[in-house]
Design a protein around this ligand. Structure first.
Ligand code: DC
Length: 235
């Protein structure tokens, strides 16, 4: 390859498809299927905030001390890699080498993760790590601020919406599949509470990028949403 060709290739931006939206809007399911269809990597950035939250709950006994949580986040190692166990997981999440794939999905982590993800220092640290991973390219990245902050130049940006009730029904179903029992009301209130914190926080609040395509998923099957997305995304 010529030197000029190599330089041009180096300058090329990584191909990132950003999928953002509120909790349980179907982002992960869509992104996973999209990545499969395109042969891309699937990266759910929420697991990083969840792993940092779990680390704080374990090491600090809580998440209230912003400085301590930020220091701890800088010190811990959070890794994601393809699934090593066939138990319904779509990726392994490792916290300092320990498999915490399911531990980061408990209601306790759900309760504590929104405050942690509102801490500016935590966001800076995890945003930088997410950019490093995204730079590998051919990546479907899922989160709240991928299209607005992490990769504002992403080639495609999708923002999923669904009513809180529809999202609570979906989340409850996921939990039931894992053998957990919670009431619909409990799950709905948790979702409404997290929406409030996520969309009103000062740093990188949840909102669609101005150039995102908004898809309302209420009453739609995952296949319908996938087809709608594939019509937009043509790598
Ligand atoms: O998608 P999730 O429910 O696993 O996300 C967990 C939390 O992390 C949620 O409160 C929002 C936050 N988050 C974020 O602020 N930015 C991201 N890119 C991903 C998740």
């Amino acid at each position: 390859m010529s030197t000029r060709g190599a330089a041009m290739r180096k300058q090329q931006k990584p191909l990132v498809i950003a999928i953002d939206g509120p909790a349980a809007s179907g982002k992960s399911t869509l992104a996973e299927k999209l990545a499969q269809r395109l042969g891309f990597f699937y990266f759910d950035t929420g697991v990083m905030y969840r792993a940092a939250t779990l680390a704080a709950m374990k090491d600090l006994g809580g998440v209230e001390d912003e400085k301590a949580v930020t220091r701890l986040t800088a010190a811990v190692q959070i890794d994601v890699r393809p699934p090593s166990v066939e138990d319904g997981r779509v990726m392994d999440v490792l916290l300092n080498g320990e498999d915490v794939t399911w531990e980061i999905r408990t209601p306790e982590v759900d309760r504590n993760v929104s405050p942690v993800s509102a801490y500016e220092g935590v966001r800076t640290i995890l945003t930088n790590r997410q950019r490093d991973i995204g730079m590998r390219g051919n990546m479907v990245m899922v989160g709240r601020d991928i299209g607005t902050v992490v990769f504002p130049d992403a080639r495609y940006k999708i923002y999923l919406e669904a009513s809180p009730e529809e999202r609570a029904r979906r989340r409850l179903k996921e939990m039931q599949l894992r053998g957990e029992t919670h009431s619909f009301e409990e799950v709905l209130q948790s979702i409404i509470r997290r929406d409030g914190i996520d969309s009103t926080r000062q740093h990188a609040p949840l909102k669609p990028a101005v150039d995102a395509v908004i898809i309302d998923t209420d009453g739609k099957s995952i296949e319908e949403v996938l087809e709608e997305t594939l019509a937009i995304v043509q790598p």
